[in-house]
Design a protein around this ligand. Structure first.
Ligand SMILES: NC(=O)c1ccc[n+]([C@@H]2O[C@H](COP(=O)([O-])OP(=O)(O)OC[C@H]3O[C@@H](n4cnc5c(N)ncnc54)[C@H](OP(=O)(O)O)[C@@H]3O)[C@@H](O)[C@H]2O)c1
Length: 489
């Protein structure tokens, strides 16, 4: 049974795990604390990015010889395989660790088995310590294993009176530049962005990631020890604004704040911890550049691993070479049958490089025109039709099957960017794991609501949320929350 000192260390490890929040995808968020033989903390660490040291190694490095005979307290079962880095079990054994306290068993068949290996080497190993808390902190990574679908974050922007657009349909500047910059950082953390056909018809968004040069600084590890403010506030709006002056859902909706960053930041702020770096892997100096990245779901690289969930998680994700993934530039409408092409990492001049997420338009009849901006060649696009995915009784795209299709292709982290009709359908189907809402200090008094029919007809049926984080992003309020019954789902 875990001692009080070990429980305290585990709480600290959970806080630390969130430092990587938006840089670790598609890897898990993991924290570790090393106690020496007397129970004193001699090292702590977290996993910051794919290809970087795992939390255990980070913490062991700090502890050095003081780890010998000590205890490692870690939020996820130490890995037992050689991936981009060596097995953590080996590192713990070689460091002379006598006891390992683990919160959550590793559900990834490729990396699992760490506890058994440790025990086989005489290391006293305990699993399940503060497992619920640690699982909540790592929900983004754990949920797909449990549900066999990607983790879904719904982001929206609304006025204080809950309007997502004006009565005449204009909605571009609901939120300020800082909130809009948040959207781009969130997009940079996910592997898939989803919108409804209605939003494409109304706004013709591009749905690409356009990060500001400032984000490179964030990526280097800017943290806020108080948890009271985060990197989002530092965004350079000018750098994020669409250079072509093109309206975008992000520009329209303000959006999505770092799903992960936001959600994690919430828990961290509550715990008085730190908020971590953004998911950006490199700064490409000297102007705009396109860097070929991995096929989504295919083998990744350390430099641009971010759309590579399938390969890292190795739990069934197939390579995204499916013909359904259209090369937008070459598609002519409907569920295009063009071959997939590598995701690209677009960067602003002097800005950080990111892998562009897959863009998915939920478009029952395949009416998205070839000229739609979402079909440009900046990123890969899938026009998901009812014929290809499967239809519900009303002839629309079956959303559960849509997510299954994405999961099968290795996509693990979805940002649902609206609009209200599609978001309502996702809620009705119980397919949303986290909400990031931006509330602008403005009133419209008319216009569509942020959320359309979500299947709620009476107050008792209201979808109740647990608020994880509330913060100002420029002049706007950002609220991150999870469905109240999320853990039971
Ligand atoms: N403030 C914000 O955060 C925000 C974000 C995004 C958009 N918006 C605004 O929202 C407006 C567009 O919203 P919208 O509600 O009209 O469109 P939407 O939610 O983007 O798209 C709805 C459309 O998606 C298609 N669809 C396919 N399968 C579906 C399913 N299972 N369930 C529901 N829909 C499905 C349907 O069109 P088909 O029948 O043709 O397939 C449906 O009409 C725009 O004014 C835009 O500016 C605001």
């Amino acid at each position: 049974m875990a001692s009080p000192v070990e429980l305290t260390a585990m709480r600290r490890a959970i806080e630390l795990s969130l430092n990587g929040a938006s840089t670790t995808p598609p890897n898990p968020d993991v924290g570790c604390v090393i106690l020496d033989a007397t129970g004193a903390t001699v090292g702590d660490g977290w996993h910051a990015r794919p290809g970087g040291p795992h939390a255990e190694v980070d913490a062991l490095t700090q502890a050095g010889e003081r780890a010998r005979g000590g205890t490692a307290v870690v939020t996820l079962e130490p890995c037992d395989h050689t991936g981009r880095t060596g097995p953590c079990t080996q590192a713990l054994i070689e460091a002379g660790i006598a006891r390992v306290v683990v919160a959550v068993a590793d559900p990834n068949p490729v990396a699992a088995g760490g506890a058994a290996t440790l025990r086989a080497h005489g290391v006293d190993t305990e699993l399940g310590v503060l497992a619920d808390e640690a699982a909540e902190a790592n929900a983004r990574w754990l949920t797909p294993f449990r549900t066999h679908r990607p983790f879904v974050v719904w982001k929206f922007a609304a006025t204080l009176d809950g309007r997502s657009a004006a009565a005449d349909g204009t909605s571009r500047w609901i939120t300020g530049p800082e909130a809009r910059a948040d959207v781009h950082r969130l997009r940079a953390a996910v592997d898939t962005v989803v919108v409804g056909a209605g939003t494409v018809r109304a706004d013709d968004p591009r749905l690409t990631v356009r990060l500001a040069a400032d984000d490179a600084t964030d990526a280097a590890g800017t943290t806020d020890a108080t948890g009271a403010a985060d990197a989002t506030g530092a965004a350079d709006a000018a750098g994020v604004a669409d250079a072509a002056g093109v309206a975008d859902v992000a520009d329209v909706a303000g959006a999505a704040g770092a799903a992960d960053a936001a959600g994690s930041a919430a828990a961290v702020a509550a715990a008085g911890g730190v908020v971590g770096a953004e998911r950006v892997d490199a700064t490409v100096p000297g102007g705009a550049e396109t860097v070929g990245g991995p096929m989504p779901g295919g083998a990744g690289t350390d430099a641009f691993p971010l759309a590579n969930a399938g390969a890292v998680m190795a739990d069934g994700g197939a390579a995204l070479t499916d013909a359904a993934l259209t090369n937008a530039a070459g598609a002519t409408g409907g569920a295009g049958a063009g071959g997939g092409r590598p995701a690209q990492a677009a960067v602003a001049p002097g800005g950080p490089a990111v892998v562009q997420p897959l863009r998915v338009v939920v478009d029952s009849g395949g009416t998205t025109p070839a000229s739609a901006r979402v079909r440009d060649d900046e990123a890969e696009t899938w026009i998901a039709t009812a014929e290809e995915v499967g239809a519900t009784a009303d002839g629309r795209v079956d959303l559960a099957r849509l997510l299954t299709r994405l999961y099968e292709r290795g996509q693990r982290y979805v940002l649902l960017e609206g609009g209200p009709t599609l978001a309502g359908a996702f809620w009705r189907a119980g397919l949303i794991d986290r909400v990031v809402g931006y509330v602008a200090p403005a009133l419209l008094g008319a216009g569509p609501a942020a959320l359309a029919d979500a299947g709620v007809n009476t107050i008792d049926a209201a979808i109740r949320l647990d608020v994880a984080d509330v913060r100002m992003v420029g002049p706007d309020l950002r609220i991150t929350a999870t469905p109240h019954d999320h853990r039971k789902a």
